[in-house]
Design a protein around this ligand. Structure first.
Ligand SMILES: [Zn+2]
Length: 399
């Protein structure tokens, strides 16, 4: 069983989902040879940690509680204030380990780490110490190392987070006929959020952001191709494969860039590929990847498609307190999306208004239970294992 997350891949920029740039030739090839793909999956969280915790436990964010914390009294992990995944919920990797699998995890995104509680159940694992450390050929070398350790006689559960589409976007080289070459494009949220750039200058930066992002996605897809080639060369027998994204990316919509602040569609709409193909209903919550990976099937009762975002001090600091400072929840039912942000509720019909440009103010009744659960989860104290706390201290994560 191979479970791959293409970090930060928004569904409408995936060529296998109809995007007009050829960003994902590997996914295209898999679909052409019979894999199934759903392009309207709803991400459970708004950034890497909450979404991966949902993938690994099958639980919504308000239940597993691994997310950003608004309270400045909580422990600090790097520049993020987070609650790691606690050890009270069984994980995918534990299931496969108990079933006799060799379990291994590789992550190009440093957030998907033992410190964040996401390595539980994996026998071997490695996470990038910083973004970019396990991209491209470096990730494939790490895959080679893991496959050399995996006994041939044991079934394999391999999880790989491919983070090449995540910022900071690398330079786009010349030679591709669908994207212009450009130098490395670093984040510049402050200029966008403060309104320092307008008109042609802003458009130019957003164009370069889109080029850098699309090329990052192309490179992530290339790494996926390399992972699959290495598995073909070293492992016999049929293979189940699930490829999913943990969240999308803003590329100028709603005045935003990057991800992890708001629950608009560019951040929340992701894809899932299944091989062998499984039929997936529309507006499926991404936490159901847990069941698809574990059982090869969806559960008989599907949880509603919901997302939760919590205030993030990092983003608040980057934007001088103007963005990313509110708890927000959203729920989807067919084309209707309800969103709550700090007391105000809106409703939008995505068929009529796909850009969410004119949401209508409504009563909050459809969201009241979810809002209460989100508030309770934000306020719950961090119950951190003393051993984990000690490891975080030793690693310099906890102040
Ligand atoms: Zn992510």
């Amino acid at each position: 069983m191979v479970f791959v997350v293409l970090d930060t891949a928004r569904a409408d920029h995936v060529s296998a989902c109809g995007y007009d740039r050829p960003t994902t030739p590997t996914l295209d090839r898999l679909v052409a040879s019979g894999a199934g793909i759903s392009c309207d999956l709803v991400s459970s969280g708004d950034w890497t940690l909450p979404s991966h915790a949902s993938f690994f436990t099958g639980q919504p964010v308000v239940r597993h509680g691994a997310h950003s914390l608004p309270d400045t009294g909580q422990p600090l992990m790097g520049t993020m204030r987070i609650r790691p995944l606690t050890d009270t919920l069984p994980t995918l990797a534990e299931h496969f380990q108990e079933s006799g699998y060799f379990t291994a995890i590789l992550s190009g995104n440093p957030v998907v780490s033992g410190e964040a509680g996401l390595f539980r159940g994996f026998k071997k694992g490695r996470a990038a110490a910083e973004m970019g450390q396990l991209w491209g050929a470096d990730m494939l070398a790490a895959v080679d190392d893991i496959l050399a350790l995996a006994p041939k006689e044991e079934p394999l559960f391999l999880f790989v987070n491919i983070a090449d589409a995540h910022q900071p976007w690398s330079a786009v080289p010349p030679g591709l006929d669908w994207v212009q070459a450009q130098p490395e494009h670093r984040p510049w949220m402050k200029q966008v959020y403060s309104g320092a750039w307008t008109g042609a200058e802003l458009e130019d930066h957003l164009d370069r952001a889109q080029n850098g992002y699309d090329y990052g996605l192309y490179r992530a897809d290339e790494v996926l191709d390399g992972v699959l080639a290495r598995l073909d060369a070293t492992r016999d027998g049929p293979r189940r494969l699930v490829v999913v994204s943990d969240h999308g990316e803003f590329l100028g919509e709603h005045g935003l860039v990057d991800h992890g602040r708001y629950l608009w569609e560019p951040n929340q709409r992701v894809f899932m590929l299944t091989s062998p193909a499984i039929e997936l209903p529309a507006e499926l919550a991404s936490l159901h990847a847990f069941h698809v990976v574990r059982d090869g099937a969806l559960p008989s009762q599907l949880a509603p498609a919901e997302s939760v975002a919590y205030p993030d001090l990092l983003w608040s600091n980057l934007s001088s307190g103007t963005k990313g400072v509110h708890t927000s929840v959203a729920r989807w039912e067919d084309d209707v999306k309800w969103t709550w942000t700090e007391g105000a509720c809106t409703r939008v019909d995505l068929a009529a208004d796909p850009g969410e440009l004119a949401p209508v103010d409504v009563a909050c009744d459809p969201l009241s239970e979810l809002v209460a659960a989100a508030q309770a989860s934000a306020a719950a104290p961090v119950e951190m294992d003393p051993a984990l706390l000690e490891r975080l201290r030793a690693a310099g994560y906890v102040e």
